[in-house]
Design a protein around this ligand. Structure first.
Ligand code: CMC
Length: 436
């Protein structure tokens, strides 16, 4: 970040205050208002933080107007084409692509840490049968601290905890699915890649061994790379905000998982399938749903459409659409929901409501269809997103705890409630003793 020679002037109560401008490496510019309240008594009000930079970061660059997404400077298209998920995770977390030696060491760590403590199974078994896997995953990740207590040496703690969590999240996610289905838990295999190992733990069984198809493994690799980071989105901000209180990594990530669960964020992939099924069950009439989405009195929205930052086609959605087609082709499978999705996309993209608001399909519009083809149950879709996003959350948490300008995150507010009001005891005549 560099300071710009220009400043912004604020005129307030007859006085002029200068505020510095700062510039990022891609030219984006911000007003540095650190001293605003101290000098003027004012604060800024920015509901939803749409114009607020909460930090400086060198992890991910996004340009929503031009549809650009890069991890540590590398375009997402390049990583999706050639990198492994493990390399991408390493890149995000440690800042550079791994050397061959580093990749071997990292892979060994992921293998060593993949089993989970046997006692954690007891935890799992006590969740009620219909518990949502996101709730289970968030609780299990938080409980890792109880099973793996903090190491005395802070550097060693990070060196161990980061690969441990990256590895165990796959095992925990697959276990949450199998236990919720009443199936026996399948243990990780050291000879398999990160993505293949997850599929093995999800689907292998002694009754019917799971055939690991390369096309499925590759599709999952791409999906997880596309999800790996997305700068200061809702769940990442949750990780940073909760982490700013200096909680441990597991607790910070658990809060990220909880935020991701929401249908406006990572839960959108599940919501897209629910919506497409709804359209199919209503006779497949796309126009009715588009009409509803445009009606301001109807809370219905087209799930998988729109984005806070992208005001053009989400570059991840473009890649995802191709992945989806190739996967269905390779598995020789047809999905009527894909046809509905395509028709919906076409209708919305030629409708003035969506055009004028820059509403394009986002990544979640197509991931659900790919997950269905892989045999992933619908309620596991947000969990799939969470596994993919974990390297980004970890990278952002690490960056925040090492930031020399670190501060406890504590926004302010504009109070709009009642003025000073005196306490009045409840009306006489009622016997309040039992309530006191
Ligand atoms: N369907 C219909 N109208 C929409 C939609 C939609 N999906 N998204 C936004 N709009 C309208 C909205 O009603 C508003 O209209 P008006 O100007 O008339 O009031 C306008 O577009 C701007 O919307 P907004 O809510 O102010 O925009 P936002 O930046 O706060 O919302 C969003 C972003 C993602 C929450 C929203 O687009 C949405 O709810 N989309 C559906 C859920 C979804 O697909 N979420 C996944 C996001 S991508 C995954 C991730 O990275 O988390």
């Amino acid at each position: 970040m560099k300071n710009s020679p220009q400043t912004i002037q604020l005129l307030w109560k007859g006085q002029c205050f200068d505020f510095p401008l700062v510039q990022g490496s891609e030219g984006e510019t911000a007003i540095d208002i650190k001293t605003l309240r101290q000098r003027t008594g004012l604060i800024t009000l920015d509901q939803g933080y749409a114009n607020t930079g909460s930090c400086t970061s060198s992890i991910t660059f996004m340009d929503g107007e031009r549809g650009i997404l890069r991890y540590r400077g590398i375009p997402i298209q390049e990583l999706a084409r050639g990198a492994s998920f493990k390399e991408t995770a390493f890149l995000l977390i440690y800042g550079t692509l791994p050397t061959p030696g580093e990749l071997v060491r990292f892979s060994e760590q992921l293998t060593d840490y993949s089993p989970v403590h046997e006692n954690m199974r007891l935890f799992f078994q006590n969740f009620p049968p219909n518990a949502h896997p996101m709730g289970i995953l968030s609780s299990m990740v938080n409980s890792l601290r109880s099973f793996y207590p903090e190491l005395a040496n802070a550097d060693e703690e990070i060196q161990v905890t980061v690969p441990r969590l990256l590895s165990k999240i796959r095992t925990l996610a697959a276990m949450s699915y199998r236990i919720s289905m009443g199936y026996q838990v399948v243990y990780p295999r050291p000879d398999l890649s990160y993505c293949a190992n997850f599929l093995h733990m999800m689907f292998d069984s002694t009754v019917k061994p799971y055939e690991l198809k390369e096309e499925v493994v590759q599709a999952l690799r791409t999906i997880w790379i596309l999800h790996a980071d997305h700068e200061q989105n809702c769940s990442t901000s949750a990780v940073r905000l909760v982490g700013s209180a200096r909680v441990n990594l597991y607790a910070a990530i658990s809060s990220g998982i909880t935020a991701l669960w929401g249908p406006l964020h990572g839960g959108a992939n599940q919501a897209v399938i629910d919506m497409l099924e709804g359209i199919r069950n209503n006779g497949g009439n796309v126009d009715t749903f588009v009409k509803r989405a445009k009606d301001r009195t109807d809370p219905f929205r087209l799930m998988g459409f729109g984005h806070r930052v992208y005001k053009t086609y989400d570059p991840r959605a473009r890649i995802m659409k191709g992945v989806c087609h190739r996967l269905l082709q390779a598995l020789d499978r047809e999905d009527p929901l894909l046809d509905i999705a395509q028709e919906l996309e076409k209708t919305a993209l030629s409708d003035d409501y969506f055009i004028s608001r820059n509403l394009y399909p986002n990544i979640d519009f197509y991931t659900g269809i790919a997950f269905r083809a892989m045999g992933i149950p619908t309620n596991m879709f947000p969990v799939m997103f969470a596994i993919g996003r974990l390297p980004g959350w970890i990278a952002q948490w690490l960056e925040s705890i090492k930031d020399p300008h670190w501060k406890l995150n504590r926004p302010r507010q504009i109070y709009v409630g009642p003025g000073k009001t005196m306490y009045r005891p409840p009306t006489k005549g009622l016997d309040m003793e039992q309530y006191s």
